[in-house]
Design a protein around this ligand. Structure first.
Ligand code: PHE
Length: 469
């Protein structure tokens, strides 16, 4: 049976946890809290929430509906809605490739730091006695080590994806996502007992964050930061939710899931900031975003805490790895399911393990470029005016994915459903099996008008900001 070969979730809860796993990732940990601090604190949160509701919830609902309706991975799914829409799915598969090209390298970094803190606990020199910046520089410059840990990230993610939807992806997320929230809470509770920790909350939630960083509030900057962050953080516009939705039972209520998953992702983003910044401020470190925060700053923070810091270091990097791997497996599944479905469509048998091996190998080759770029230190960045303008090869990959393809994908998906297939088609899918279509009016108006316009706005402003215009 075709359905059997493709796989299916064991329950709606399993699906919801897997979708949360895809959404909650490095983007939540290093992107959201920092961007919130840098863009005015509370006003940023309000703009972000408007983006989540105005686009996130809507596109998530549409992607799940497309996936479940067609029971196909993105290219075939979009092709089934209309031949000319196939290219939207193709963009999604390409985005998954490009994102995994850098995401895997970052999971590799986290594995190295987990190993480092683990060794330190047992008296080893996990970081060769270096401070945060020195070690990070030495590690990222050591291409062999970076490639080794990136390969390990692929092995871990590949094994989970190869095990299948239910026994691999669903099982991992059922353990990973609750653990992730528990770790967040443990760090928050501990962090808030430290003197000076409240400054971390002030940085994130009030306008003082901008004073600390020496920046002024800029409404358009805040909007584009929130728009790009929202799409990346919710894994939208590139088919991850089409893919996960394609394994979803008809009994599941999609319009409800479309609220629950973004709510959990947003909660995780806020909790991440409440876990990270209080300890950073209590230990006198300065806030930043990106790799510098997750690796250099946190390394220094944990080391300045003494013995307990080593233990916290271990659980913190476990958190980063859970968050990262649960997202990486969704990136891999987008591509793997494409090849599995293409074979099944031709009536050929599909061996999931072989497909996953091939997909991992191809993604690994792409990640080698990022690994060898040393975060912008190689000729791949310095030799290209375009890449160095954006920052590094990693930033360039991110620019193509979250700056161009994801907003474009999200916009096109809402146009296809709103104007191509039409709202009655959406209603039929939402109401399958007697389900209630929550917020039907809202979905109707937003899918047709507001979401595409918001995405167009984000697309233009993101592209301009990346290019420094
Ligand atoms: N949502 C993930 C994060 O916040 C990244 C991601 C994007 C995962 C797209 C899958 C698809 O880190």
């Amino acid at each position: 049976m075709e359905g059997q070969e493709r796989g299916a979730w064991g329950s709606n809860l399993g699906f919801v946890l897997a979708a949360m796993g895809s959404a909650i990732g490095l983007g939540n940990l290093w992107g959201f809290p920092y961007k919130m601090g840098a863009n005015g604190g509370f006003p940023f949160l309000v703009i972000y929430l408007i983006m989540v509701i105005g686009c996130g919830v809507v596109v998530m609902g549409l992607e799940m509906a497309i996936g479940r309706n067609t029971r196909k991975s993105p290219i075939l799914a979009m092709g089934q809605l209309g031949k000319k829409f196939k290219v939207i799915g193709l963009f999604g598969v390409l985005s998954a490739f490009v994102i995994m090209g850098f995401y895997s390298v970052l999971i590799g970094y986290s594995l190295r730091y987990l190993a480092g803190f683990g060794l330190e606990i047992f008296g080893g020199a996990g970081f060769a006695g270096m401070d945060g910046a020195a070690f990070f520089g030495a590690y990222t410059g050591n291409i062999g080590a970076v490639i080794g840990y990136t390969a390990l990230a692929f092995v871990i993610s590949g094994v989970i994806v190869a095990a299948g939807i239910q026994s691999g992806i669903e099982r991992f997320n059922k353990i990973g996502i609750p653990s992730l929230f528990v770790i967040l809470i443990v760090i928050i509770v501990y962090g808030l007992t430290l003197p000076g920790s409240k400054d971390g909350l002030t940085f994130m939630f009030s306008s003082q964050g901008m004073q600390i960083l020496g920046v002024e509030f800029d409404f358009f900057n805040a909007c584009r930061a929130a728009g790009g962050q929202m799409l990346f953080s919710l894994s939208l516009g590139m088919g991850a939710l089409i893919t996960y939705g394609s394994y979803l039972d008809d009994k599941a209520n999609i319009s409800k899931n479309a609220w629950v998953i973004p709510a959990a992702d947003t909660a995780a983003a806020i909790l991440a900031g409440m876990a990270i910044f209080p300890v950073v401020f209590a230990m006198g470190q300065s806030p930043a975003g990106g790799p510098g925060l997750l690796f250099i700053t946190m390394h220094n923070t944990f080391f300045s805490m003494g013995g307990i810091g080593l233990g916290l270091g271990v659980i913190f990097y476990l958190l980063v790895i859970f968050a990262g791997v649960s997202s990486a497996i969704s990136l891999m599944e987008v591509v793997a399911s494409n090849f599995i479905d293409q074979r099944l469509a031709k009536g050929k048998p599909a061996n999931r393990r072989q497909v996953v091996l091939g997909v991992s190998a191809a993604m690994f080759v792409l990640s080698l470029f990022v690994a060898c770029d040393k975060l912008g230190g190689s000729v791949m960045t310095t030799g290209s005016a375009f890449v160095s303008r954006i920052g590094s090869l990693l930033d360039t990959f991110d620019f193509f994915a979250s700056g161009i393809m994801m907003p474009l994908g999200a916009m096109l998906i809402s146009l296809v459903v709103g104007w191509g297939k039409g709202i009655p088609w959406l209603k039929a899918e939402m109401e399958k099996n007697g389900n209630k279509f929550y917020c039907e009016k809202f979905f109707t108006i937003f899918t047709r008008y507001i979401t595409p316009l918001l995405m167009l706005f984000v697309l233009i402003s993101l592209a301009l900001s990346y290019l420094g215009i």
